[in-house]
Design a protein around this ligand. Structure first.
Ligand SMILES: N[C@@H](CCC(=O)N[C@@H](CS)C(=O)NCC(=O)O)C(=O)O
Length: 236
């Protein structure tokens, strides 16, 4: 596929190896689109990602933090921006401006849901491992699980409910990057906020999560060695 500037260069994904992390949102986009990519962290290790992002190996547009992508001399980062950009490239964004804007709204909501969900696990030091703040995190995990997660899941439910198109997607009549983002957010909530997730009566959102997991390319990916394990430290 011709890339930015007509480049035939491969798509490269720079994200931390060893866990799904935010990189998972981008892996799902490449996988659903059936577009080959190289997962640089997984293939070359942690140092290759750090060298690219922060130690002078990136000669393209600066990256604040991974995940980032590179294709030829084009470099881009920030998860929801990457999803919208790749969605447009790979036919996973609606054609209409308003529907595309709704997809971007959902990407923004997912970014907030994940950031808040992660914050609860790190109340003492956001940048330190959850393992040194397990006790301190308990009231915040409870608060997110009881007060915030229900709002996010109810929002996903409401979006699915209002879509009059058949197909069970969030926006329009076909799969978009919003479906992939919400799938991963729901799966992360199930993984890290299990009892709170289970308590939510959001049948459409839960059915949507199962349907995305069962899409042929996503199911094949989830069972492949390309798929990274969940972070055992905290939500992502
Ligand atoms: N809002 C950004 C957050 C990026 C981010 O926090 N990346 C993490 C890894 S998933 C990181 O390496 N942060 C290091 C840092 O911020 O210096 C996004 O969605 O891409």
């Amino acid at each position: 596929m011709a890339g930015p500037g007509g480049s035939e260069a491969p798509w490269e994904l720079f994200t931390w190896p060893g866990v799904k992390g935010r990189g998972e949102y981008l892996r799902l986009v490449f996988e659903e689109a059936g577009v080959a990519y190289s997962d640089v962290g997984k293939q070359e290790g942690f140092a290759a990602v750090a060298d690219f992002c922060w130690k002078g190996k990136n000669t393209g547009f600066p990256v604040r933090a991974p995940p980032a992508i590179r294709k030829g001399d084009f470099v881009l980062s920030y998860t929801p921006v990457l999803m919208a950009y790749l969605g447009r490239k790979f036919g996973l964004m609606p054609q209409g401006e308003e529907e595309a804007a709704h997809v971007e709204q959902i990407l923004g909501v997912v970014t907030d849901a994940v950031a808040e969900g992660r914050l609860a696990f790190h109340p003492k030091d956001f940048y330190a491992s959850h393992k040194i703040q397990v006790d301190e995190s308990k009231p915040y995990v409870k608060q997110y699980g009881e007060q915030r997660l229900p709002k996010y899941m109810a929002f996903f439910e409401a979006v699915l409910q209002q879509n009059t198109h058949k197909g069970g997607f969030l926006v329009g009549a076909s799969v978009t990057v919003a479906d992939l983002a919400v799938y991963q957010c729901m799966a992360a909530a199930e993984q890290h906020y299990g009892p709170y997730y289970a308590a939510q009566e959001t049948p459409l959102a839960k059915a949507h999560q199962a349907a995305i997991a069962a899409r042929p390319r996503i199911a094949a990916y989830l069972h492949s060695e390309r798929c990274q394990p969940w972070d055992s430290d905290s939500m992502m």
